[in-house]
Design a protein around this ligand. Sequence first.
Ligand code: SF4
Ligand code: SF4
Length: 218
Amino acid sequence: MQLYKTGIRRKKNREDKVCFKELSKPGKEPLFKLEEKEMLQIPGIEEIKDQTPENWYQTYNLSLDGYSMFPQPDPISQEEKAKIVKRFLSGLKKLLNPKSNWTFIRPLKLSLENCVRCNTCADACHLYLASGRKEVYRPNFRSEILRKIYEKHFTLTGKLNALLGEEIDITYDLIRRLFELAYRCTLCRRCVLYCPIGVDNGLIARELRKLFSHLVKN
Ligand code: SF4
Ligand code: SF4
């Protein structure tokens, strides 16, 4: 099948597997490194420099993959960090409220509630393929984080799982990595066409950006 002829080797070792729990851990260093030799070669792009100036860590959030879309200086106190988590959850509540998000609530909820985790969508995503199949860029990886947060806070199953210790830890560090991850998607929605049940990972990424843009503005 043409789709699979990308010339990119499937990575065998588990070093680049990032589990959800790791995303919640504090830290400024990237969770993994993007290796140029594993990535899709683009003609005209010169060698990627691998030196992050030390002062960038004060201004940018590089804790996902070593890159950052926006300056995001760290808040100073734990109280401020806790406030950001609270504001994220209240923003999510608004996204799931038919009054404040009447245009997108239905497709959003359908996409959050109906994924069967088959990962058919993965091979449709140019970003995932071009990165050398890095786990965090899988279309459903980003959605799964939001899904877990949604389940934990808005569904009975999620609350029961939380009692069993199977939940995701919603920390400031998770939120800021998810912020970056929301921008590792071109919103092309190619993955939607390959999903056997029509889950819209592009829509989830876009709704996340909506949430984060409110978080930054207010
Ligand atoms: S989004 Fe669709 S294709 Fe992707 S893992 Fe979920 S059900 Fe499978
Ligand atoms: S919408 Fe995003 S996740 Fe889906 S294929 Fe496009 S870039 Fe990949």
